[in-house]
Design a protein around this ligand. Sequence first.
Ligand SMILES: [Zn+2]
Length: 331
Amino acid sequence: MSIPKAELHLHIEGTLEPELAFALAERNGVTLPYASVDDLRAAQAFDDLQSFLDLYYACMAVLRTERDFEDLADAYLRRAAAQGVRHAEIFFDPQAHLSRGVGMGAVVDGLWRALSRSEETHGVSTRLIMCFLRDESAASAMETLELARPYLDRITGIGLDSAEVGHPPVKFREVYEAAAALGLRRVAHAGEEGPAAYITEALDVLGVERVDHGLRCMEDAALVERLVRERIPLTLCPLSNVRLRAVEALEEHPLPAMLDAGLMCTVNSDDPAYFGGYADDNFDAVRDHLGLGEDRLRELARNSFLASFLEDDEERRARYLAEVEAYEFPR
Ligand SMILES: [Zn+2]
């Protein structure tokens, strides 16, 4: 089912497939703490967000040069295109690279080499969103924003990711204010493992326009009502939620209830190399396990373009939306 869709919650570092990790390890003379591709895949049985993050940061050690980031993004865009993705708003985590001595230039220039030719090569338009690691300090986030200044013509917005509990949105108030003053769009992970109150805080204190995950909003009826009223998009990642045990099983995912409540939901892959699937794999999963019919699937695809940061190219958005309406599901 390759319905045209936008992917709005995708960490480029989370698209590092084991095969590419080993190839880059060899190219860069880096030793991975796993004997083989199979060994690395076997290590992907996570207990929670933290156990995933430990493996995730270990694998990132192979990303050293501009060319590595270019190859990483190019591999993702090829896979995304094959899964019906027409537009991708891609997260990257500069602090995870700066801390290893890899500069902002290698990361952004490398990603940009793949992104700037993506339409021509893969038929996928792109935006870049720089995320701050919420388990790092607010001062570190501010330094990262400063380092990104020369590259802001390529960066559409900022986000907030990594370990959520104990790191409330308010910690990053100043850096979000600074980013807003620079004209950057604002999103943040909230309400994945953290409480619904973090979602409210991300809206009120950080001024986010879109909430990444946000599934725990369902614990707060007044918040749900507000999200519906203000048409705040939520970027849900069903396969990720199962792998990181935010939900016990896919069948228990709140997505159908969220759609019934009138929430503007989208479906995304988060860290597809680690969570068992790319964009369309997530669409297939919610169709097969949550019983979502064609109207709901089309609504999710439509929402993805409505929630995307295409305000500077409404003609393109209209074209994508027309593709969604014209899509015929396979019989
Ligand atoms: Zn995420």
